[in-house]
Every structure is written in C-alpha cells, then in structure tokens.
Design a binder for this molecule. Structure first.
Ligand code: 1PW
Length: 207
C-alpha cells in the first residue's frame, strides 16, 4: 500500500485487482477493474516519458469512468451497460462520453496487454517485437495511422526483458515469470466476459 501510494508499480497489485474483478455470477466489478488499470498506468509511467501519450489517454479514460461510477453508482460492467442502454442504442451511440464507449477502448487495450504479457512470459527477449506484434493483433486495427505510427515508435524504446521483469517489482525474474503465469488467466477472464457482453449487446463498434 505504501509503495502504491508512492507511485511504485507492482504487478502483484494488478493481479490482485483483476482477481477481485469477477464475481461468482460472472459479473465484472468496476472498482477493481479501474484499480487494476490505475496499477497498469503506474507501470506505463515507469517505462518513461515516451509512454506518456499512451498513459495520458488511459488516465483520462479511467478518470472519466471513475466519475461515472460515483455519480451513477454503477457497480458492475453489466449494470453500466444495462443503464446506459436504457435510453436506446441510438442515444448511446451518439454519446462521446458514455461509459460503454470508454470501457470499450480500455477493453481493446487490455487485449494488447494480455498478448504482450504472454510474450514476455514465453521467454522471447525481443520486447519491442513482442509489443508490436501484440499491438498489431489487437489495438492497431482501431487506431488511425498517426497513432499507430507514434505507438510503434514508442515500442522501439521499450526496455529489455530483464529490465521489464525487474520493473514489475515482484522479486527475482523466475518469480516475475511465475506471477505473469498467474495474472494472465485473470486478465483473460475479464477480457472474455467483457467481449461476450459487448458482443451480445452489439456494442463492439461503438464510435
Ligand atoms: C507495455 C504494455 C502496455 C499496455 C497498456 C495499454 C494502454 C493502452 C493505451 C493506448 C493508447 C494509445 C494512444 C491513444 C489513442 C486513443 O485515440 C485511443 N485510445 C485507446 C485506449 O485505444 C482511442 O480513444 P478515443 O480517441 O476513441 O477516445
């Protein structure tokens, strides 16, 4: 907690948050979801200033969602989708600040993260290649050319695999790899439930 308050990142916090996300009824709780994202943002920020344009967007989206949660008392992703859809799909599509379209952006980014962490865990030392491949397989399709270009440029500046495992702050490299093995399925579970929910409500292409 003290380390978190001081801004240090530990992958353990993110793991704990995503683990707390999914209820027995397979609902995704927003408080741990956003707190997992806060942890990921600290991680991004510890990677240096080249990542600041990426973390800035994530901060803006998490902050907007935290505001929605407080005002509307959304507890789960499911209740947020239900309440926002109550005014009809057309009204929802017309809102540039809806919780749904904002979560959708984070959701796509979560897929990127999942793929990238899988790559890190695999032992492949080429972090920039892993990150670019993960990006091309997920977020890239949703970004305009200029964002793709800037993102790929930032990936060239990624630290080495060893440095990454160290920045995760969970102990020696073997432990960091073990922690990744534990964390990835939780992230995958949250991703899968969200994907299914958005697909069912035809929200996967919200502008
Ligand atoms: C090293 C692994 C890092 C994984 C963390 C993922 C953070 C993802 C943030 C990517 C943001 C790239 C720059 C911002 C682009 C926005 O235009 C875009 N946002 C996202 C999250 O894709 C779309 O948001 P918009 O413009 O429709 O509000």
């Amino acid at each position: 907690m003290a380390a978190a308050a001081a801004g240090a990142f530990s992958l353990r916090e993110v793991l704990d948050a995503f683990r707390r996300c999914v209820t027995e009824q397979r609902e995704v709780l927003l408080e741990p979801y956003l707190s997992g994202w806060r942890g990921l943002i600290r991680f991004l920020q510890s990677l240096g200033t080249v990542f600041s344009f990426i973390s800035k967007d994530a901060v803006a989206k998490v902050t907007l969602l935290e505001g929605h949660c407080q005002r509307q008392r959304f507890v789960s992703l499911q209740s947020m989708v239900e309440q926002e859809l109550a005014a009809g799909p057309a009204a929802l599509r017309a809102r540039p600040d809806s919780g749904c379209r904002t979560v959708l952006r984070l959701h796509r980014a979560l897929r990127w993260l999942q793929l990238f962490l899988e790559g890190l865990r695999s032992g492949d030392p080429r972090t920039s290649v892993l990150c670019t491949d993960a990006y091309d397989a997920s977020l890239a399709a949703h970004h305009p050319w200029v964002v793709r270009k800037a993102a790929r440029l930032a990936f060239c500046a990624l630290p080495s695999r060893e440095a990454f495992l160290e920045v995760m702050n969970v102990g020696p490299p073997e432990e960091a790899v073990a922690m990744l093995g534990e964390a990835i399925p939780y992230i995958g579970d949250v991703y899968g439930i969200t994907q299914e929910l958005f697909e069912r409500h035809k929200l996967l292409d919200l502008p």
